[in-house]
Write a protein of this length. Structure first.
Length: 433
């Protein structure tokens, strides 16, 4: 009788142990991207603190304010694109899911014209003076479809268009409707507009009429990975499934596609960088969903074959989903040194692209999603919560920082004719020198 009780005791103990183990694994496993990817996220803000304050005693091109003006209460969300006497910048309203495009006189801050649209404008405006046109895309980050089946999930609800606009008066000349968002910045070449979107497709439009010339299916969602054109090849990253693509616009086919099965973010949100036959891009692997821990990697890819040459682990940290989406940094390469950042560690890195050696890193406050501007041995970098850092490119030494204080400086700053141009999420327009 005692033997039977002993066996029963061990049997029930084993059952309890198995149930506990299964429960623990299910609770702590890395969940699929769709569990968080369709959620909305908030703006990143310094809550108005340290508004337009400079830290650091050394003089830089950010030291002097040439012009400061509040344009609107909605705020700006794209990189300010300067062409001639005008600056073009887009807006978005996360509450109403609407957006707009502004043409602003860069010397005075006066609004020349303003268009309203029925969805976010997050593409950087593509200005083509020879055609007297500017091109933008609309869309939002909400997902639709079967979230249990990632192959049938699409990104971008509501009215999604690519627009061709007269740069003189802001009149919409044509618009092309798509099922998914058009948030990646399109490419213009020889009268044709190329773009990728949340509808898992690659498009080619006649830039004069907006007529579809051709399209191909990629099978992956492109969130904000703006394509890069080198010769006849267009490079970009996609999600669900996570792949990196090379589309040949001459043959109108996918030249190659690399699969990244362990990646859970950033690949589809990172604009790649090209240099000397190689592509560089970032991707994030979510390692612990419960604690929102992720690891970010930098990849070097042979642009001709798609072969991954090396990957560099940039570090691990808390991603704070869904507040902080897993967006990767846009890298800049100067003299074989690549400047990038990790949003899991909030660090800027300088990496030798030949040796993969990290030369230096610098901790910043906030996510870095925008390209770096390098000149006169200084690197200028922006964070989404309104900080502009100036570092020494040789050793990462801190030179200065300007904190604009507004909610978001998400898409970076522009440099044109000796001046920096910046717009913020609280509607401010700045010119620095």
């Amino acid at each position: 009788m005692n033997i039977k009780r002993t066996y029963l005791f061990y049997f029930f103990a084993l059952v309890v142990l198995i149930i506990f183990s299964i429960s623990y694994v299910l609770h702590n496993k890395v969940k699929p991207a769709t569990t968080y990817y369709y959620k909305s996220y908030n703006q990143y803000s310094n809550n108005g603190k340290d508004n337009n304050v400079v830290t650091g005693s050394k003089k830089t091109l950010l030291s002097k304010v040439i012009l400061s003006k509040n344009i609107n209460s909605l705020g700006f969300d794209t990189t300010p694109i300067v062409s001639g006497d005008m600056e073009y910048v887009g807006t978005m309203n996360r509450t109403t899911l609407t957006g707009g495009l502004y043409a602003i006189k860069r010397t005075t801050g006066k609004v020349a014209w303003h268009d309203n649209f029925s969805n976010w404008i997050m593409t950087n405006p593509v200005v083509v003076p020879s055609k007297n046109m500017v091109f933008v895309g609309s869309g939002n980050s909400k997902h639709y479809g079967n979230i249990k089946n990632t192959n049938t999930l699409y990104r971008g609800t509501g009215n999604n268009y690519i627009y061709g606009i007269n740069i003189t008066n802001g009149k919409v000349i044509w618009k092309y409707k798509t099922l998914g968002e058009n948030m990646p910045t399109p490419i213009y070449k020889n009268g044709i507009l190329y773009f990728v979107n949340g509808n898992r497709k690659f498009y080619a439009l006649n830039s004069t009429t907006g007529k579809l010339l051709w399209s191909i299916s990629t099978g992956s969602i492109v969130s904000m990975s703006s394509p890069v054109l080198i010769g006849n090849n267009v490079y970009f990253g996609g999600a669900l499934p996570y792949k990196f693509f090379d589309v040949n616009i001459r043959t109108k086919k996918i030249a190659w596609a690399d699969s990244f099965p362990k990646v859970t973010g950033a690949l589809d949100d990172t604009t790649p960088t090209y240099s000397n036959g190689y592509i560089y891009t970032n991707a994030t692997v979510l390692t612990n969903y419960k604690n929102n821990m992720g690891t970010e990697y930098l990849y070097k890819i042979n642009a001709k074959t798609g072969k991954i040459i090396w990957s560099l682990k940039e570090g691990s940290g808390v991603i704070n989903l869904p507040t902080d989406p897993m967006e990767g940094s846009v890298s800049t390469i100067v003299n074989n040194i690549l400047y990038t950042s990790s949003n899991t560690t909030r660090k800027i890195f300088a990496v030798n692209v030949d040796t993969k050696k990290v030369l230096w890193n610098f901790k910043v406050k906030g996510m870095v999603n925008s390209p770096f501007i390098v000149m006169k041995n200084l690197i200028y970098s922006t964070t989404v919560n309104g900080n502009i850092y100036v570092l020494n490119i040789k050793n990462g030494e801190f030179i200065a920082k300007r904190t604009l204080g507004g909610p978001e400086l998400a898409s970076g700053i522009s440099f044109y004719s000796g001046k920096f141009y910046a717009t913020t999420g609280n509607g401010n327009f700045y010119v620095f020198q």
